[in-house]
Each structure stands twice: as structure tokens, then as C-alpha cells.
Design a protein around this ligand. Structure first.
Ligand SMILES: NC(=O)c1ccc[n+]([C@@H]2O[C@H](COP(=O)([O-])OP(=O)(O)OC[C@H]3O[C@@H](n4cnc5c(N)ncnc54)[C@H](O)[C@@H]3O)[C@@H](O)[C@H]2O)c1
Length: 355
């Protein structure tokens, strides 16, 4: 494996949220890169979850754990002594955050405090990447992309929890980590990630795939809403690249980074659904607005100039390829293709693609 990702070979890496959609792709990618991966999260929720279909428990060292419980987080870090940490464990659903605001805050803010606090007392840790969200920015309905220095804030509980997690990260950085030699921490902001193996509720791709698999029309509440869609491998490649840079030069690379698609790749929910139907080969759409639904945020997309210039990170897959590879994953696995081989093939294809 060539640098910079070759740096993960034989390194002890902790991924919180490894049973989730993004965490399972990241944990498998790190395993593929030769890392010694330790996962900490709730158990996977469904048999069909990416973690389960990959048989990830056989490839990495997974521990069922509660991120809201500091003693568990601390003990896990003391036992595993990781060099790299990617903190993804969270309650990530906006609609659920309206139903369960306290759980969302406790998990996303309290969980981040627990990870940062445990890192203070774990000298083995060289790099910490805290995953928040593009929703950490106060949404001013601007048509231009948000920069890392823009105001944080959130009207809904999920967005507020991620903005607060950013402030917590920043306070630990300034108060405890700035003077810690050979240690680099960063927060990363991405959004609207799609790819194979996500079965979460209230997300556009899993909702579409469930409808396509059962032969029912895809129900869209907000067909003209636009989002900056990107394949899951895009932000993960940014996290890995950033972590490798932090390992080499913590002082130069610490801070916050956006990872998002080119602004030309912003498309509507309906365009995603139609593109999925086209790869699937059948299916229809039904528009059903529900006035009692929580309000959806308007357009929010990221300015990624910092990641381009500081890290040399650029997106590699356009919208068409992103949706095609996503639909292909679900369709092929349904038709019996081995999920491990398919996930590995997509990772290799991504690594071999040019920006
Ligand atoms: N998927 C997206 O489009 C997207 C966009 C922006 C940001 N993010 C962020 O990326 C991260 C991963 O998101 P995802 O889409 O993979 O979510 P997911 O729901 O698929 O996974 C969440 C993970 O967190 C774990 N978890 C949740 N509560 C926990 C708790 N109390 N204790 C221990 N583990 C707990 C779950 O077990 C799971 O492993 C989250 O921080 C999310 O906010 C995701």
C-alpha cells in the first residue's frame, strides 16, 4: 500500500460507531489497509446491516459499548491503547432527534465529551478525528458554500447537538491538546452520504431501496429538496487522508475540515430516486407531503477549499457514478453477490479513481 494510506498498516485504530453505516465502511477500509481495528458501539440493529453482511466481527475487534458511559469509554481506551481514533458514534437522524432530543444531546454531545476526556488520559493516542456534520453550521439559506470559520448553530436538536460537539472539541483542543506534543486532533464536517449497506429509517436511499425491493412506489415527501449527495467513500477518504497528515505533522493539520461534493453535484431528492430506479430496472414514485412532518432544512452545502488546498483532497465520483455504485451494491447483494467482495471492489475502484 502506498503512502499516505500505507501509514495505517499495523496501527491500532479505534472506530466508535463501527456497527453503523459510515463506521462499517471505515472499519473495513482500515482493515483492508492492514490496520488493527478496534470498534466500540451498540450492537448492529438488523441482520442486513453492513456490519453483519461483511462479517466485520471476524475482521476487527468489536466491543459492544455505551458512548454515554464515561467509565466504559475510558476503560476501553486503556485496554486497547489506540494510536488513531475516529469518533463516529452518534444518534444521526434529524427526525428522530425531534422525538428523542435528550437522547440525541446525551449521545452526540456527552459522547464526544467522554471520548475527548478519555483521550486526555490515554497517551498512546496520536490522532483523533471527531466526525460531526455539515448541519453544525447555522443555516442562513445561503446559496454559497459554508466555510470552516462560519458561525455554528442548529435549529433542530440534531444540528444543535453537532454544533455543540464542535464547540466541545474546540475547547478541548485549546485547553488541553494544543501543547500536547505528537498529538493532532481535528473535527470533520460532511453530509448527505449515500452508499451500499445503509438501512437506517428516514433516509432517502434506504427508503427507496425498501420500496424497490417490495415492488411498491417510492414515497417522496419533499421531491424538490436539493442536497449535496456524495458516496460514503468520499468523506471517509478525507478522514483517512487527514488522519495520516495529522500523524506526520499534528501542529500543521489540526483544526476543522469540510468534505463535500463539487457544487455542480447538488441534485434533488427526486433525481436520486429516479437514478436509483433506472439502475434497479423498475419502480415508480408517489409524492405524499405530510403537513405534520418536522420542517426540513433548506439548501446547505460546504465550501471545501481548505481540504483541497491543505490536504489535496478532491471528490472522485460524480453524482451519476455515486448513485450507480450505490444502487448496484444493493441490487448485487440482493441477487447473491458476496457483500465483502463487493465492498472491497468498490473501495479498490475508489482508490484507483482520479479526482
Ligand atoms: N450518514 C450521513 O449522511 C451523515 C451525514 C453527516 C454526518 N454523519 C455523522 O457520521 C456519523 C456516522 O453516521 P452513520 O450514518 O454511520 O450513522 P449510523 O446510525 O449508521 O451509525 C451510528 C453508530 O453509532 C452507534 N451508536 C449510537 N448511539 C450509541 C451509543 N449511545 N453508544 C455507543 N454507540 C452508539 C451505533 O451503534 C452505530 O454504530 C455520525 O456521527 C453522524 O452524525 C452522517
Amino acid at each position: 500500500m502506498t503512502p499516505p494510506l500505507g501509514i495505517f498498516r499495523n496501527k491500532r485504530v479505534l472506530v466508535t460507531g463501527d456497527t453503523g453505516f459510515k463506521g462499517s465502511w471505515l472499519a473495513y477500509w482500515l482493515h483492508y489497509l492492514g490496520a488493527n481495528v478496534h470498534g466500540f458501539s451498540h450492537p448492529p440493529e438488523r441482520d442486513c446491516d453492513h456490519f453483519n453482511v461483511l462479517g466485520l466481527a471476524r475482521h476487527i475487534h468489536h466491543t459492544d459499548g455505551e458512548i454515554r458511559d464515561y467509565s466504559q469509554v475510558r476503560e476501553f481506551m486503556e485496554t486497547t491503547r489506540p494510536e488513531f481514533i475516529f469518533h463516529l458514534a452518534a444518534q444521526p437522524l434529524v427526525r428522530k432527534s425531534f422525538r428523542e432530543p435528550k437522547l440525541t444531546m446525551d449521545t452526540n454531545i456527552g459522547g464526544t465529551v467522554n471520548v475527548l476526556e478519555a483521550v486526555r488520559f490515554t497517551p498512546s493516542v496520536k490522532v483523533l478525528v471527531t466526525i460531526t456534520s455539515d448541519k453544525c453550521y447555522r443555516n442562513k439559506e445561503w446559496c454559497w458554500g459554508y466555510r470552516e470559520s462560519d458561525e455554528l448553530g442548529g435549529k433542530d436538536p440534531y444540528s444543535a447537538s453537532k454544533a455543540a460537539a464542535e464547540i466541545v472539541y474546540s475547547a478541548y483542543q485549546d485547553s488541553f491538546f494544543a501543547g500536547r506534543p505528537q498529538f493532532g486532533a481535528a473535527s470533520v464536517r460532511a453530509g448527505n452520504v449515500i452508499g451500499g449497506g445503509d438501512w437506517s429509517t428516514d433516509r432517502i436511499v434506504p427508503d427507496c431501496i425498501r420500496a424497490l425491493q417490495s415492488g411498491k412506489p417510492i414515497v417522496l415527501r419533499n421531491p424538490q429538496a436539493t442536497r449535496p449527495w456524495q458516496h460514503v467513500l468520499e468523506p471517509l477518504s478525507g478522514y483517512l487522508l487527514l488522519a495520516s497528515r495529522l500523524y506526520e505533522d499534528p501542529a500543521q493539520f489540526r483544526g476543522s475540515y469540510n468534505f463535500g461534493p463539487d457544487s455542480r453535484e447538488i441534485h434533488t431528492v427526486e433525481e436520486v430516486a429516479r437514478a436509483l430506479i433506472s439502475v434497479w430496472g423498475s419502480g415508480g414514485i408517489k409524492i405524499a407531503r405530510n403537513e405534520s412532518d418536522p420542517p426540513e432544512a433548506g439548501l446547505l452545502h460546504l465550501n471545501c477549499d481548505k481540504a483541497h488546498h491543505a490536504l489535496g483532497w478532491y471528490p472522485r465520483w460524480n453524482f451519476a457514478k455515486t448513485v450507480e455504485r450505490t444502487a448496484q451494491w444493493y441490487k448485487s447483494v440482493k441477487e447473491g453477490t458476496d457483500a465483502v467482495a463487493l465492498t472491497r471492489r468498490q473501495i479498490i475502484e475508489y482508490m484507483e479513481s482520479s479526482p
